[in-house]
Design a protein around this ligand. Structure first.
Ligand code: HEC
Length: 164
């Protein structure tokens, strides 16, 4: 019994100590010159859906829940946000290459159609973020319009992926 007690106390001490190791928050002041709305027309209806369902991970404006303050939960959330931003960051979309922008738009539709985004673990706690069929249709239509817009605005070889 004594050993169990010691282990529990040790675990508690470790738990208390890790509370002091906090990830930095992903909340830069928004710089509109880099935002996706600078690169492409984004209707308000679309912007609202992206903000509600995607921005917590794919932007620099995460709205943090209280349990972010509890480690190791906060580390786990931070990890998702970092990884998500590497793949797609709406807050600096306008500064990525046209090729990347064009391709990321296509990936958005892919992820929505596969039902992989928003992440299922996120939807467990953020039910409001789950996409209705109408919202999916609206986003997909916007992706199509945006790709058509890019195609008619830029020379074709600026949108094609480099041959490998
Ligand atoms: C809880 C965090 C979270 C939310 C919310 C979220 N994503 Fe993601 N997303 C990720 C992570 C993590 C990755 C990278 C790993 C992966 O593909 O699973 C990712 C990857 C992606 C990718 C890139 C896939 C690729 O092949 O590179 C796209 C596109 C994407 N998400 C779109 C969206 C859209 C659109 C929404 C909103 C409808 C959304 N995500 C909401 C976490 C999130």
């Amino acid at each position: 019994m004594k050993i169990i007690k010691t282990v529990l106390i040790l675990l508690f001490v470790v738990f208390v100590i890790v509370q002091f190791i906090r990830p930095e928050k992903n909340t830069a002041a928004p710089d509109l010159s880099k935002d996706i709305s600078t690169a492409l027309p984004v209707p308000d209806t679309v912007a609202a859906i992206l903000r509600e369902s995607c921005y917590d991970c794919h932007s620099e404006e995460t709205r943090y829940p209280w349990y972010f303050e509890v480690q190791p939960v906060g580390w786990w959330l931070d990890d998702h946000i970092r990884e998500a931003k590497q793949h797609l960051n709406f807050s600096d979309f306008a500064v990525s290459s046209l090729r990347r922008q064009y391709h990321k738009l296509e990936e958005i539709t892919e992820q929505i159609d596969l039902g992989e985004m928003p992440l299922p673990s996120y939807l467990l706690v953020h039910r409001h973020a789950s996409l209705t069929i109408e919202q999916k249709d609206l986003l997909n239509a916007w992706v199509q319009d945006s790709r058509a817009y890019m195609k008619s605005t830029y020379p074709p070889d600026s949108l094609q992926r480099r041959q490998r």
